[in-house]
Design a protein around this ligand. Structure first.
Ligand SMILES: *Cc1c(COP(=O)(O)O)cnc(C)c1O
Length: 218
């Protein structure tokens, strides 16, 4: 049996220094988060607001909290005061609500647009062409309390490495095109989880979201 500290350092040792590791602590009790925190980890990702808020309240305040899962518009208000990055913006309605709640808090909230690339119907996000059109039409210019920092995507859950690689490449090609069009704020490409982060990094990911390889499965 390895410990959280050991597994965390294994992942970190194989990461280039400019890659951000988001430790996905969903379903893990606060003690486990604290163990990773004590080992030096500061960036944590949660997929449910109901779990994120109590963890934010009880855990050290220098933790950077990311929301990585599907977010319902009626829950934005609970995380708007403190969230550091929302990875999973998958509709204009949600973006509008984040902007509104950010304004109420006097904040600018960092977000990523989630891009849909996988086969599974359960995965949320904008189609790549749809996202590109939104940028081309300057749709985001009015949202003064939001900073779009990049894109996020999840690949199909499969053993077919080439398929995963192709899906990731669709998103890295998209972010490259957008940067070439002048959207230089798009510095974050959030791709890769426990099973596929090595592929994601080789396709240009800058931020990986790793849960079970650090915390184990339970
Ligand atoms: C759970 C989750 C992860 C981490 O998955 P692991 O396979 O446990 O590493 C990454 N991203 C999202 C959006 C998740 O919900």
């Amino acid at each position: 049996m390895t410990t959280i500290t050991e597994r965390l350092s294994q992942v970190k040792q194989s990461l280039p220094p400019d890659i951000t590791l988001v430790a996905v602590s969903k379903t893990q009790p606060a003690e486990k988060v604290l163990e990773a925190y004590t080992a030096g980890q500061r960036v944590f990702g949660e997929n449910r607001v109901q779990e994120l808020v109590p963890k934010y309240e009880t855990l050290p305040k220098d933790i950077e909290w990311h929301l990585i899962g599907h977010l319902q518009t009626n829950k934005v208000k609970y995380i708007a005061p403190f969230v550091n990055l929302i990875h999973s913006v998958d509709s204009m309605k949600l973006l509008e609500e984040i902007n509104k709640q950010a304004a109420r808090c006097g904040r600018i909230i960092n977000v990523l647009l989630q891009i849909f690339i996988a086969d599974e119907e359960t995965k949320f996000g904008f189609a790549p062409e749809e996202a590109e059109n939104l940028f081309d039409n300057k749709t985001f210019a009015d949202y003064k309390n939001i900073k779009i920092c990049g894109l996020m995507a999840m690949a199909t859950n499969t053993d077919d490495e080439e398929k995963i690689r192709k899906e990731f490449r669709t998103v890295s090609d998209l972010i490259k095109r957008l940067k070439d069009k002048g959207y230089t704020d798009l510095t974050i490409l959030s791709m890769g989880m426990s099973s596929d982060w090595k592929i994601a990094l080789s396709e240009g990911s800058t931020m990986i979201r790793v849960g079970s390889s650090i915390f184990g499965r339970h």
